[in-house]
Design a protein around this ligand. Sequence first.
Ligand code: BGC
Length: 434
Amino acid sequence: MACRSWKQWFCSHNLHRILMSKRQKLRNPFAEKVFYVNPSYKTSLETSISSASGKIKDTLESMRDIPSAYWLDNKGKIKGGSTNTMEGILEDAANKPVPELVLFIVYDLPNRDCHAKASNGEICCSYKSDGRCDYTDVSDKFCSAGLKEYEEEYIDQIAEVLRKYSGRVPVVLVIEPDSLPNLSTNQGDPRCGNSATKSAYEEGVSYAVKALATADPYAAIYLDAGHGGWLGWKDNMKDFVKTIKGLKVSSHIRGFASNVAGYQHVGEICDTYDFCLGGNNNDHPCCADPCDLIGQWNPSNNELNYALHLRKAMSEGIQGFMPHMIIDTGRNGAAGMRSECKNWCNIRGAGVGHVATIATANPEVVDAYFWLKTPGESDGCTQVLPDGSSCPRFDTDCASVDSIGSRNDEPRAPEAGQWFDFQIKQLAENARLQ
Ligand code: BGC
């Protein structure tokens, strides 16, 4: 919102920003909004619709009108006129009869995806001779060069675009999937636990939240919270609360996004977050547990119970903090398709899940179900790419028994983020959209 007319004094003292950021946290940012549908996603779907038939084709066609997030996974996607950029999307959304809500994923931290290889990014704390990140080299101890690049060439650019549309287009931002969960539980991995990666993630996320909240006080910001099968144990949750508390950003955020690019099911919500623990309520539908988490003393058997757990732990650990959630339903329409729930890469037999809605099982806690990971975009490549060359970002987890491409009769998987025709057809075949 620009500072004009009688509001000038109010604005010049930045009071409107303070008021706005307080106000937006009181209500669900998705409420009463039309959600933006990405033209670029429609285009990707078209390429698969043309070679599909029957039920799969029908489902793919219906998916063309379903909103999904847009990933700002490199600097090149921020500015420009086309709807393959943040700026172009916001311009398009601003010109709709009623400006539509756009959801962006902010995803370009230095040393990105430290615990895997599939989504290693463009900004590094230290570079190898092939231009990729050297995750274990800490000659730049606190990643100062990488952070400078991230802040100036990525976050500040996003902030500039946000400022231009602030108050005109409703925006939701999900910040840096996997980064803080990796800091909480993967400190034993030298690629995540060293001083450079740690500083990159802590400083980077904190800078991103503050700069983006200032640029657009209307924007609703959610941090990534992994999923119930990751941080759902009480001990892991404690570590995560500590990580979040340390960043001192809770007053700027609406809450957390869970299951981003994950396959954990939404399930049914229980009355309390740990209702299923101890084996007393095994038969209750809210205790259905395809990953056998309860048996491993993890109360977060589904993403709704995980949301309750997270809300309770955060509100108890951080004074005045009552976070709300978004659950990624892009690929969790089917349940029980994995032989091991630790597998995360292009899971065979998965289906797209609930379409974007605010009618969640507990609107007090869960603001929306939303397709965050773009269904049909690969999680990571097989060792050999579809064109026969070897994949530079191959992660052995993408050769898991549950990953498409690990069987001889399946096609090879392309790089993370690339369109995977075989996968989207499976996702459509097993869809459960409501
Ligand atoms: C990839 C990104 C991509 C996103 C959405 C991530 O796994 O690393 O490049 O934009 O998924 O598909």
